[in-house]
Write a protein that binds this ligand. Structure first.
Ligand code: RB5
Length: 141
């Protein structure tokens, strides 16, 4: 499974951690940032969202301090469902009910261990369809 991954400076360490832990299982396409120098989260959220939309079946992961900047930006793209996830249960439901195609992690408010479990739960869960598809069909304006 191909995953486009991006972070700002607040998320760069967690991005490295996720890639190291899951590199054998997923094909990560890292769109930056690559240092702790201060950057602007939309410069990474937009490219990840655009690639996920273009590349059928791919997913995205975005990481910033709170996760909110990344989620707000990515969700500007019609067809992107970016879910801010801070626990394994929330992450599983983001896939099961919302068919989220980008997981957003709040690096400053989640431990690396919980982030790994949250990521794992997201990619272990399946979209349930049915009434959830009906609701998703009503999202876009
Ligand atoms: C960076 O300081 C911080 O604003 C950013 O990582 C994020 O939390 C924005 O939503």
């Amino acid at each position: 499974m191909k995953i486009y991954i991006g972070s700002d400076h607040a998320g760069v360490d967690l991005k490295t951690c996720v890639k190291e832990r899951f590199g054998g299982r997923f094909e990560f396409n890292d769109l930056g940032t690559f240092t702790s120098e201060s950057v602007d989260y939309p410069d990474f959220a937009h490219p990840v969202a655009e690639n996920v939309l273009k590349d059928n079946g791919s997913f995205g992961i975005l990481i910033c301090g709170t996760g909110n900047g990344m989620a707000i930006t990515a969700n500007k793209h019609a067809g992107i469902r970016a879910a801010l996830c801070w626990s394994p249960d929330i992450a599983a439901l983001a896939r099961q009910h919302n068919n989220a195609n980008i997981i957003v992690l709040p690096a400053r408010f989640i431990s690396p261990e919980t982030a790994i479990e949250t990521f794992e739960a997201f990619f272990s869960a399946q979209f349930e369809g049915g009434r959830h598809q009906r609701r998703i069909d009503k999202i876009n304006l």
